[in-house]
Design a protein around this ligand. Structure first.
Ligand SMILES: Nc1ncnc2c1ncn2[C@@H]1O[C@H](COP(=O)(O)OP(=O)(O)O)[C@@H](O)[C@H]1O
Ligand SMILES: C=C(OP(=O)(O)O)C(=O)O
Length: 433
């Protein structure tokens, strides 16, 4: 019976994720920590509330008292809350407080001031900007707009900057939003740089060693297998491929190559975790005072420690939390060391699914979430949570089950990517009122 009640509560919570409560307009400005109760550095001081734990109370709810200095009595502790949490606390008591925070990737579908405000009202805790896409000017616009919302309207939205990392990916399709690859079609993947428009059925690749590393017969996977090609001929910088699994090619999609069903990790595996572009982006993030830097394709704990020292030397008045994205074979091998060195982790299921067999992704997620909880580090579950909502206004049952499972695992946060960055229903996917 108790188990049933708990399952019902968890399910209700998962569904609340799809429609979190709006903040009360009458509430004061309350900046917050994005992942309580395991606070990360760099958030402004929130207003404090005293929570009298009603351990012996007949009521399961906790009494909330504004905390004005001294907490009185030994049974009193204090926690930090944001305005959305405060509204829910007042309405429902502590038991129904949303525990799972929401990270939202900002893109063309959500970068306007009113769109960002709608997400903040909907309960966005962290706005993520992905440095794979857009210019510094574009990111600056988003970061400043989020700061403005916090200052002028009392929201408490943190900013996460996500590095591009040493991912091998396609170019931007010469400005097209997508291209369809049909079964049997021949496409050229090339390391040459092209002027727009690109020659027909040609894709540029960002990694100079690509044409040397691949061999005839290798499989080329776009976005972890959403589209598959086979290498049929190499002609200098051009690699001729036949499409075996048709699908939609999206700008800057991830590319992996496989030989005998094994991911090829040769010279491409030697690429630095933090590229020269990433260092420029990190300097940009530091100067704009982002709250989190998420590091893509982490291979070892050392790179995290190195970045943390760099940030500490560049940024004395503010700490920036470093989140390790667990998405590569190497990051799974060195998982514990990486998580210990980081301020938190992200289960980046998109790229992970391109590096390990898809059917192993759920158990990898569970392992990472459990380990983070054990080490008391916040963990974000990311990618394809509501993927169908990029195109459709209602999620699939499987997606709802996936969201529910991540909440059940006690992930600290869930992250939307394409759903909020470029989908047709970003606010609906987020659950805006
Ligand atoms: N700043 C941006 N500018 C343009 N498009 C973006 C931006 N951020 C995200 N997108 C779009 O949203 C999609 C999903 O975002 P994300 O998951 O962060 O990137 P990726 O697909 O490269 O892993 C991207 O493939 C891209 O089409
Ligand atoms: C979150 C992810 O990273 P990115 O969007 O940078 O590919 C992922 O791969 O799941």
């Amino acid at each position: 019976m108790e188990e049933e009640a708990e399952a019902t509560e968890e399910m209700a919570q998962a569904l609340r994720l799809l429609s979190p409560p709006p903040p009360s307009p009458s509430l004061p400005k309350l900046p917050s920590l994005p992942f309580p109760p395991r606070p990360l550095p760099c958030r402004p001081r929130p207003r404090r509330y005293a929570v009298r734990a009603a351990a012996s109370s007949p009521h399961p709810d906790l009494d909330l008292l504004p905390f004005d200095g001294d907490a009185s009595g030994p049974a009193t502790t204090s926690i930090d809350v944001d305005s959305v949490t405060e509204a829910e606390l007042k309405e429902n008591g502590f038991r129904s407080t949303r525990r799972t925070k929401l990270v939202c990737t900002i893109g063309p579908a959500t970068c306007a001031a009113e769109q960002l405000e709608a997400l903040a009202v909907g309960g966005m805790n962290v706005a993520r900007v992905n440095m794979c896409h857009g210019t510094h000017d574009w990111h600056l616009g988003v970061i400043r707009q989020v700061r403005r919302l916090n200052e002028e309207k009392g929201f408490a939205v943190a900013v996460m900057m996500d590095t591009q990392g040493s991912e091998i990916h396609m170019g931007d399709l010469g400005g097209a939003t997508s291209a369809k690859a049909e079964d049997g079609e021949i496409w050229i993947f090339s390391v040459r740089s092209f002027n727009s428009p690109l020659p027909e059925r040609t894709i540029s690749v960002n990694y100079d060693g690509f044409a040397e590393d691949v061999r005839v017969g290798n499989e080329l996977l776009v976005d972890g297998g959403m589209v598959r090609f086979e290498v049929i001929e190499k002609i200098g910088p051009d690699v001729k491929c036949r499409c075996n699994d048709p699908g939609l090619l999206l700008p800057r999609a991830n590319l992996t190559f496989w030989r005998n069903d094994r991911l090829i990790r040769e010279r491409n595996a030697m690429l630095p975790t933090i590229s020269s572009k990433d260092w420029l982006d990190i300097d940009f993030g530091i100067s704009e005072g982002v709250d989190f830097i998420a590091v893509s394709f982490v291979k070892s704990a050392e790179v995290i420690s190195h970045l943390k020292s760099y940030i500490a030397s560049r940024c004395r008045d503010k700490e920036i939390a470093v989140i390790a994205k667990i998405e590569s074979v190497d990051s799974l091998k060195n998982l514990e060391g990486i998580i210990r060195a980081s301020d938190g982790a992200m289960v980046a299921r998109g790229d992970m699914g391109a590096q390990i067999p898809l059917e192993e992704v759920p158990s990898a997620q569970l392992k990472i979430v459990k380990l983070c909880r054990h080490l008391n580090k916040p963990v974000i579950v990311a990618s394809q949570l509501l993927e169908s909502m990029i195109e459709y206004p209602t999620p699939t049952r499987a997606e709802v089950a996936d969201v529910s499972e991540a909440v059940r695992q006690r992930a600290d946060a869930l992250m939307l990517s394409g759903e909020s960055a470029m989908g047709q229903y970003p606010e609906k996917a987020f659950g805006c009122p």
